[in-house]
Structure formats: structure tokens, C-alpha cells
Design a protein. Structure first.
Length: 285
């Protein structure tokens, strides 16, 4: 069988952030500074990978290695300095309508009710009221929030708020789902429930391509068929692992595989958390 078409391609993508350093102060007064000092941070350095249509790919890597940057390049909200990002074979130069984004902090509008949050994407696409509420209702039902349509985000738990976030994104039927630590703000128990909920919800969207950024190796392995391990900043590929696990695999299998992934990732994480001069192996286990 031929390989499915590449849905997303990152081809030697580089990104450097430049920020103007804040001037030093003394007793609340700005100290003189001859010229503004810029600080450069290279987030990504020639990062390349391909994601085939219909795959579920998790990206793991140490904090600050450029995962969010890479994800935001796929939907066109961050521009690369060098290299190319292709979605559906076209170079990404502006926000892409085929991408839907699910945020760690849910990204809901506090002044909108659940149904108006879920219908938001359809509203900005100019879909009429009847159709947009019908689609929003179907997605609210799908994520298990029937009866909460008129509720406001602050009245919901974190897990429920993320259900709203998922329903809102699914309402516009994205071909590509980009998820940036979507369960990172949830407690461990809710998180576990939401992992299985996501599997259930996405089983209704079998054609979609998913990219899921997480710090949680178990979660990465439970959900994805491929795990991309990134290096510490500047982010590059350390390893691409085909998990070989079925969706919702047994916990024991997931735990065993998570140990393998941790063996690959450990050194990269230590680079970011162990102070210079300290023996990192002394603390690695
Ligand atoms: P991750 O999601 O893997 O934690 P990010 O992509 O958010 O990493 O960031 C990568 C690096 O780029 C970090 O060191 C971060 O501080 C820096 N960075 C991210 N966004 C900006 C920005 N808008 N301005 C300056 N630096 C940024
Ligand atoms: Mg991030």
C-alpha cells in the first residue's frame, strides 16, 4: 500500500525570537543605556519532519525547546525565519483554515455562554444562526456537555471547560487538529479521564490528522501512533518513534514504552534543569 500523502511538512525550519532587553532600574529609576540591547533566542534550528494524513503524532521535548513555536507555524500564526512549512502541499504564509487549535488554557470567551463559545468559529466563518447552533449543539452533545449550553465558562470545572474548547474546535470540522498541552492545566485524575474522552471523541473523526504536544509520556503513547522526541533548545528532532501500540493500549505496555522514551529524552531534559557544573547522571533515574 502506498504511503498516505504528507499532510504537514516542516522542512529545515528555523526561528529566532528577538526581544529588546528591559532597561535596568535602580530605586525605581531607569539606568542610562547607550542603545537598546536585543536578546536573541533561537527556538528552532533546521527542524524537519513530515506528518502523513490521518496520523496522530505526539511531540515531546523539554520546556522551551520550541514545541509551541513549531505547532503555531503549522497553522500560520508564527512565521519561520528560514525553511518551509507545507500544509496540504502548500506553503503556509497565513492562517490556515484546515487547522483547528486546542489550547492549554482553553481559550474560551468568559462573556459567551457554552453554546456561543462553541459556535464562535462558525460565526466568524459567516454560517447562519440556525445552522451554527445545530452544529454547535451536535458537538456539545458529542463532548458530553448536553444541558450546559447556557452556562458560562467560570461556572464549569477545568475538564468541562476543555470539553467546550474541543467542541468549539471540532465545530469547524478541521482536517488538522493542533493541540498544545490541552490537558496541562487539569489535575491528574481529570487528565486521565480526558485522555480517554479524547480517544472517544476523535473516533468520530477518523480522517483527521492530529498533532499533540505534551510533557506527559504516558499520554503521548496512549494517544499517538508516532512520538516525535525533540532536543533541548534549539529544538531539533532527537528521535521519531512509531509506538506500535494500538489506540488506548494497555497501561502496562504504555508504561514499558514510556521508559524507553524517557531513556531517549532524559539527557535533553537534564540539559535544561541541571545547573552547569553539576553531575547530571547523579540525579538521573
Ligand atoms: P515550548 O512550547 O517547547 O515550551 P516555545 O515554542 O514556547 O517552547 O518557546 C521556545 C523558546 O522561544 C523559549 O525559550 C521561549 O522563551 C522563546 N519564545 C517563545 N515565544 C517567544 C516570544 N514571543 N518572544 C521571545 N521569545 C519567545
Ligand atoms: Mg509550549
Amino acid at each position: 500500500m502506498p504511503d498516505p500523502a504528507p499532510k504537514i511538512v516542516l522542512d529545515r525550519v528555523t526561528k529566532t525570537y528577538r526581544t529588546v532587553k528591559r532597561r535596568d532600574t535602580f530605586w525605581g529609576r531607569l539606568l542610562p543605556q547607550p542603545r537598546p540591547q536585543t536578546v536573541e533566542v533561537t527556538a528552532l534550528d533546521e527542524l524537519s519532519f513530515t506528518i502523513a494524513e490521518g496520523r496522530f503524532v505526539s511531540i515531546v521535548g523539554p520546556s522551551g525547546c520550541g514545541k509551541t513555536t513549531a505547532l503555531r507555524m503549522m497553522d500560520g500564526l508564527i512565521r519561520a525565519d528560514g525553511g518551509r512549512v507545507l500544509v496540504n502541499g502548500e506553503q503556509v504564509t497565513q492562517p490556515r483554515p484546515e487547522c483547528g487549535f486546542i489550547f492549554q488554557d482553553f481559550g474560551l470567551y468568559p462573556w459567551r455562554s457554552v453554546i456561543d463559545n462553541v459556535a464562535f468559529g462558525l460565526e466568524i466563518r459567516g454560517i447562519g444562526r440556525t445552522e451554527r447552533y445545530a452544529t454547535a449543539q451536535a458537538n456539545i452533545d458529542l463532548v458530553g456537555l448536553k444541558g450546559f449550553e447556557k452556562t458560562f465558562p467560570h461556572q464549569l470545572s477545568g475538564g468541562m471547560q476543555q470539553r467546550v474548547g474541543i467542541a468549539r474546535t471540532l465545530s469547524v470540522e478541521p482536517e488538522i487538529l493542533l493541540m498544545d498541552e490541552p490537558f496541562g492545566a487539569l489535575d491528574a485524575l481529570t487528565r486521565r479521564v480526558m485522555q480517554f474522552e479524547l480517544i472517544r471523541i476523535l473516533s468520530t473523526r477518523t480522517g483527521a490528522t492530529s498533532v499533540f504536544v505534551t510533557h506527559d509520556l504516558d499520554e503521548a503513547l496512549l494517544l499517538a501512533d508516532t512520538v516525535i522526541v525533540m532536543t533541548a533548545r534549539p529544538g531539533r528532532i532527537k528521535r521519531v518513534i512509531e509506538t506500535g501500540l494500538g489506540v488506548g493500549a494497555e497501561r502496562l505496555e504504555v508504561d514499558r514504552k514510556a521508559e524507553e522514551v524517557w531513556d531517549i529524552l532524559r539527557d535533553e531534559v537534564l540539559k535544561t534543569v541541571v545547573p552547569a557544573g553539576m553531575d547530571p547522571t547523579a540525579r538521573a533515574s
